[in-house]
Design a protein around this ligand. Structure first.
Ligand code: SF4
Ligand code: SF4
Length: 394
């Protein structure tokens, strides 16, 4: 499964499922919004995860299961089991890793460099040395079991795992026949880091490895496929939330309708964003709640600000997401949502918005929710990057 196929499913409610396997991670990236480290114990119960994924059927399953963390490859056996269970029902799995296992010995002993300073050595050294840096067998088995493998890379990650090591491991994984991609993050279209890393990836892999390029924002890796819309000056204007499409399994096993890390971490979960718990609910139940809730349909089609302004009790204040979280207690907004988005008409409204969101395919999704200037890179074989120093993306 290629990256573009996966991203193109993002606008469709319950077409995907985000599973946070663990909050643990051996790396210490400065920007880590999941607050991950090696000692954090928070993670869902493995047996409950297996039971939940085992409840998929060929008729009722997500198309894509995204395995994230923390670092999901700290649990390679569980990763392999979940991928196997998902595949049995016809779902495909994608895994996002911080690439801790790719670190060479010299790096572990403290020779890591950061950012573009090391790009020269990455370009000249990786292909020659691609047979080095063996991947531990259990991790390699887990990687072989997924349908897509994504490596996170940005300036913070490069201080933890050098680019050359990541490139070497990606070559190894491609050699196994697994589709791969990069998740790249920078400060925006004019970020020189993004210009440098995208050019380096293009040269290293001859333009055959796609990249999903995002802008830094205050959300965790579970949210890396989308971000909430920003509200404009008119609060009554529709501003749909794309983060309410794919259910998210949080680190305590609770299932939320939203992948904003702030919301995923807070307890109690606002009632309208609470889809249940993997300990007691199966996929069909969670999917039904995600698809049939009139409030969630309204979030996906017009957004929380419009819903609150048009039908709410008037008490809502604060940011886009704060306003959304407050909707859990707003009976007037729930009644308004039911009137507009209940029943078959609401289902059609939801589907129409998803189809509209997917009209320009994966590139359209990235243009709206990622770094638009780099949207073509989500498709393998996108246009070659200019050979000049510093890509002009204005
Ligand atoms: S690799 Fe990801 S999860 Fe791990 S510390 Fe870095 S940002 Fe956090
Ligand atoms: S809190 Fe609401 S508006 Fe914010 S990302 Fe989640 S679903 Fe969207």
């Amino acid at each position: 499964m290629e990256l573009a196929e996966l991203v193109a499913r993002r606008p469709f409610p319950a077409a995907g499922l985000l599973l946070g396997l663990t909050r643990r991670c051996p790396l210490s990236c400065a920007h880590c919004s999941t607050g991950s480290d090696l000692f954090t114990r928070e993670e869902p119960d493995g047996a409950q995860l297996e039971r939940f994924v085992g409840s998929f059927s060929t008729e009722n399953r997500p198309d894509v299961v995204m395995l994230t963390g923390g670092e999901p490859l700290l649990l390679p056996v569980l990763t392999e089991r979940l991928s196997t269970l998902a595949r049995r029902a016809g779902s495909r799995t994608a895994l996002l890793s911080g690439m801790f296992f790719a670190r060479s010995r010299s790096t572990r002993s403290g020779s890591a460099q950061s950012g573009s300073a090391q790009s020269g050595s990455a370009r000249s050294g990786t292909r020659r040395g691609r047979r080095g840096g063996a991947i531990p067998p259990a991790i390699l088995r887990a990687i072989r079991s997924v349908d897509h493998f994504s490596a996170s890379l940005d300036a913070h990650h490069e201080r933890e795992v050098p680019r050359a090591d990541v490139f070497r491991a990606l070559h190894r994984i491609r050699d196994e026949g697994v589709a791969v991609s990069f998740h790249l993050t920078g400060t925006g279209a004019s970020d020189p880091y993004l210009a440098d890393i995208t050019r380096a990836v293009e040269r290293e892999f001859d333009g055959r490895v796609p990249c999903l390029v995002n802008e830094v924002r205050p959300f965790g890796r579970a949210a890396s496929w989308a971000r909430p819309a920003r509200t404009g000056p008119d609060p009554a204007a529709a501003s749909p939330c794309s983060m309410a499409a794919w259910p998210v399994v949080a680190f305590d096993g609770r299932v939320l309708a939203c992948c904003n890390q702030d919301t995923v971490d807070r307890r109690p979960v606002p009632a309208h964003l609470d889809l249940g718990h993997i300990g007691v609910d199966d996929w069909a139940t969670v999917r039904g709640r995600a698809l049939e809730s009139p409030v969630l349909r309204m979030l996906r089609t017009v957004g929380p600000t419009h819903l609150a302004a048009r039908y709410g009790s008037g008490a809502g204040t604060g940011s886009y997401c704060e306003g959304c979280r407050a909707l859990g207690d707003d009976e007037a907004a729930a009644a308004g949502a039911l009137a507009v988005a209940g029943g078959a008409a609401g289902a059609l409204l939801d589907l129409t918005a998803a189809v509209r969101g997917s009209r320009e395919g994966a590139q359209g999704v990235v243009r709206r929710h990622g770094c638009a200037a780099y949207a073509p890179l989500v498709v393998t074989g996108g246009p070659p990057l200019p050979e000049t120093e510093g890509r002009d993306v204005r």
